[in-house]
Design a protein around this ligand. Structure first.
Ligand code: AHG
Ligand code: MN
Ligand code: MN
Length: 351
């Protein structure tokens, strides 16, 4: 694993300011939004770490637009983020995994030029058993006229992102983000309440050590996907076998692979024919980060960052991580599509 060491003590606030200086035209609005998100991350970390003590474990009797039962912490994390960013004047609208429609900026607050899309709590099913969970966010610039954000502003391909990040509430709380100038990791020092730079310029090894996939769907995958997983496991002799590491929290699986090299796969299957993960606030932001770290991400047919969204909560198959391993997925899945095969291409992105 590439050793990521930081020598001097740099807070995330200072790092954001340094990064802003790389953009002479910057107004400071994006920096302000990133501060607010770092604050929200600290607040969510506090709740996650004491969830077992404050009767905020477990499920609500509510269901979200995904048809999933909302965990109390899903709802709480969602509220924390909205309240941390809705009044700063940097956003014209938001979208959350936990809310069916666009979240408007309240009438009495000024609108800004950015849109925020986020998964407030990723890996919810793991909360009650103390397995790492996370938060994922994506920032795009408003492209429509007028002050208030519209659906068209939200439905932009991932390559239009101006920032993306995630927080992992693990053995330590880390925030990893990019604004297109590399991917950088910050670790929360609980005694200071500060995120300190711990992983500058993260680089993902080209060849992965770990394969993160839920094998229980094996019989539901199309044959090319089954063959791809056999390839990753070295069963066809064309590759050093990868170790399996599957936490069931995308952020936890992604983070380990980002630092140590690996491939996370959530293919389409007969039950989830467009895959399970959401394009706009799971696949796109993590794809921006992984590309900034030298990795790659595809839906099996094209680069995730080139997919043109059509719906706020649309799902996509996802193969993300070490570049060579993502290239193998494209070669073994995309090739079927390129051969002009009449079947719907495996891993095809659904509307
Ligand atoms: P979320 O909790 O935000 O709905 O995300 C859960 C996702 C993702 O974190 C994880 O990789 C995946 O669900 C696990 O799905 P399976 O249990 O089907 O493997
Ligand atoms: Mn999620
Ligand atoms: Mn979630």
């Amino acid at each position: 694993m590439v050793k990521h060491t930081a020598t001097s003590v740099v807070t995330i606030e200072r790092f954001i300011i340094e990064q802003e200086k790389l953009h002479p035209e910057a107004t400071g609005e994006l920096s302000g939004l990133l501060y607010d998100l770092a604050l929200a991350a600290k607040m969510i970390a506090n709740k996650v770490r004491s969830a077992g003590l404050a009767d905020i474990l477990g499920a609500t009797d509510l269901e979200n637009v995904q048809g999933e039962t909302q965990q109390k912490l899903d709802v709480l994390a969602n509220e924390i983020i909205v309240k941390a960013v809705d009044h700063g004047g940097r956003l014209c609208a938001m979208a959350s995994e936990e809310e069916p429609d666009i979240i408007e900026i309240p009438e009495n607050f000024r609108c800004g030029k950015y849109c925020l899309l986020f998964d407030p709590l990723d890996g919810s099913s793991n909360i009650d058993v103390n397995v790492p969970v996370g938060t994922i966010f994506s920032v795009v610039r408003k492209i429509t006229r007028g002050s208030r954000g519209e659906m068209e502003d939200m439905l932009q391909p991932g390559r239009r992102q101006v920032a993306a990040g995630y927080v992992i509430y693990g053995s330590s709380t880390m925030l990893v983000y990019t604004t297109g100038q590399g991917a950088h990791g910050f670790t929360l020092d609980p005694s200071l309440g500060e995120f300190l730079l711990s992983h500058p310029n993260i680089r993902t090894p080209d060849v992965g050590r770990y394969l993160s996939v839920n094998d229980s769907y094996h019989s539901q995958w199309e044959p090319p996907v089954q063959n791809l997983m056999n390839y990753y496991r070295g069963q066809d002799g064309n590759r050093q076998p990868m170790n399996t590491r599957y936490v069931g929290s995308l952020v936890a699986d992604f983070h380990r692979n980002l630092l140590g090299g690996g491939l996370f796969a959530y293919p389409a299957n007969r039950r989830n024919k467009h895959g399970k993960l959401r394009l706009l606030y799971e696949a796109s932001p993590l794809s921006f980060i992984v590309e900034q770290a030298g990795g790659a991400a595809t839906d099996g047919i094209q680069r995730i960052l080139d997919v043109q969204p059509t719906e706020l909560h649309q799902r996509t198959p996802l193969f993300i991580g070490s570049k060579n391993d993502v290239d193998a997925a494209l070669a073994m899945l995309g090739a079927q599509h390129k051969s002009g095969d009449s079947l719907a291409p495996v891993g095809s992105v659904g509307a």
